[in-house]
Design a protein around this ligand. Structure first.
Ligand code: MSP
Length: 496
């Protein structure tokens, strides 16, 4: 079976999960679910990045050991995955034993190749980013991401000879246009790589909460030299299984950590003699009223609370349809409610309800047998047959918004068809037969986006098994036969 590895970034459990974390997990989940339906053996990982100075400080503030602190916090991130119906195959924590072994193995492998040397580090460090900056990177002397003054640090450190990979990275990016997407992000990295690349400090001595450096117990691995390796440990690197999955890897990450995932990660892998991931796909930020969410302005929204209040599917639907994947977008409860009412309820919910209720009430719950198709029947059948391929292409190109929009257009076509056929006045055989088949097709295509509602449609249609175990291409088929008995339908969505 063809393999497919897809990963989200692993989150810092230094606070509770926010809408940005939710957004990344939902979009990645859509792709993972779609790939499973498309016949791939998928490994989808998400998790938490639990080491480093930032976490150690949070634990100290709460008078806990770092491990006690992260053990408590990680539950919020697991609860987020549950609340949003994320279908991860692995929730990886950088404090997992399996991860520590892989992280140390990679460090040691690179050290043994003579790519790591001991030196001393002096410079500026933003603890919130866990990233070193030069004066030039700062904005008014402050971290460009957090707007806080970086620490001046000076300590003995191991360095990885990242500098020598500049040209190799540029060559790799040139030869593999799929490596960094979208194009704008690739261009950004290529531009930054026009400047000399410095070696990277990959160990710390000023705190102890980290993976011990395998060749020197006084040092812990730099958090990014630890966290990035989670992508290998999640598949059990260096096992044969991992080697099968690895070349297919797609990393879904936000725009603030592109450098880490392309330049730092790319050069570490090159040094270790491991192929680079196939794609790093960069999404934008979820903002509130055009501005970054922040605790101080009270604009941090709790995604678990929202999913509980409005339902996971309306939230998933809203985020994917509202924000073009790759760009920034805005979250607001008002727009979520509007999309739920206007699109899920009035378009999809209406179609499901009118087709199924008609079958249930007027035809004893049995799907009708079709007769000769007229031009309206034929037109809708043609759409049903062509949409799965069209939508698949959008998802393969990471255009999740267009994919979802396409499926909803097909639903709209279904409503127009029903309206035009007026089954309450005319012979309804073809209308109900095509209607039931259209719902089946929509359920399959919608299952990656709104998994709970898609499964409900499947159950109302009384089809065998689960919608999540179907084949994507079968959405193009008319598999519901005449005389098939459906279950009693219930309203799919509620007006918010
Ligand atoms: N721990 C690192 C990632 C290590 S991956 C080897 C980290 N953690 S994070 O918690 O700060 O961010 C996790 C993910 O959420 C990142 O991909 C980040 O870009 C994304 N987002 C954080 N805030 C976001 C928004 N407001 N909107 C969308 N995504 C954002 O970085």
């Amino acid at each position: 079976m063809k393999k497919f590895l897809i990963t989200t970034a692993i989150d810092y459990p230094s606070g509770k999960p926010h809408m940005g974390h939710a957004y990344e997990k939902i979009c990645t989940d859509v792709i993972a679910r779609y790939k499973r339906l498309s016949g791939f053996d998928v490994h989808f990982s998400t998790g938490t990045d639990e080491h480093g100075m930032k976490i150690q400080r949070c634990a100290e503030r709460e008078k806990k050991t770092p491990k006690e602190y992260v053990d408590g916090m990680v539950e919020y991130f697991k609860a987020l995955c549950d609340a949003l119906n994320i279908s991860q195959d692995d929730f990886i924590r950088t404090t997992d034993d399996k991860h520590r072994k892989t992280a140390q193995g990679i460090f040691k492998g690179i050290f043994d190749k003579g790519e790591i040397y001991k030196g001393s580090y002096e410079g500026l460090y933003c603890v919130d980013c866990e990233t070193y900056y030069t004066e030039k990177d700062l904005r008014d002397g402050k971290c460009p991401v957090h707007g806080t003054a970086p620490d001046n640090v000076s300590e003995e450190s191991y360095f990885f000879q990242m500098g020598k990979y500049r040209e190799k990275l540029l060559e790799h990016i040139r030869k593999h246009p799929d490596f960094i997407q979208p194009d704008s992000k690739r261009n950004e990295i290529v531009n930054r790589l026009m400047n000399p690349l410095k070696d990277l400090s990959v160990s710390r001595t000023s705190f102890s909460w980290g993976v011990p450096v395998p060749i020197d117990e006084n040092h812990v691995q730099y958090v990014w030299m630890d966290a990035l390796i989670n992508y290998l440990s999640t598949v059990g690197w260096p096992s044969p299984k991992a080697k099968e999955f690895w070349p297919t890897a797609v990393h879904i990450i936000g725009k603030d950590i592109v450098w880490h995932h392309t330049v730092i990660w790319g050069s570490i892998l090159m040094a270790a003699g491991i192929p680079l991931p196939k794609t790093v796909y960069v999404h934008g930020f979820v903002n509130i009223k055009g501005a970054k969410m922040s605790k101080s302005s009270g604009t941090v929204v709790d995604p678990v609370g929202l999913a509980e209040k409005y339902g996971a599917d309306p939230l998933r639907y809203f985020l994917v349809s509202e924000i073009p994947f790759g760009d920034d977008g805005d979250f607001s409860v008002e727009s979520l409610v509007t999309r739920n009412n206007d699109e899920l309820l009035n378009n999809l919910g209406n179609l499901v309800n009118r087709v199924l209720t008609f079958i249930y009430n007027k035809n004893g719950g049995n799907v009708t047998e079709h007769k000769d198709f007229d031009s309206a029947d034929k037109a809708l059948i043609k759409s049903m047959e062509s949409y799965p391929k069209k939508v698949a292409k959008y998802i393969d190109d990471f255009n999740l918004q267009a994919a979802l929009d396409g499926i909803m257009k097909l639903s709209k076509e279904g409503n127009e068809y029903f309206q035009q056929k007026e089954p309450w006045k005319n012979d309804y055989s073809n209308c109900l037969y095509i209607g039931a088949n259209l719902l089946r097709s929509l359920a399959i295509m919608l299952s990656p986006f709104i998994p709970e509602s898609a499964e409900k449609i499947w159950k109302y249609l009384n089809l065998p098994g689960s919608v999540h175990k179907q084949k994507w291409e079968s959405a193009a088929k008319l598999d519901v036969k005449g005389k098939h008995k459906i279950n009693k339908p219930e309203p799919l969505f509620t007006r918010l």
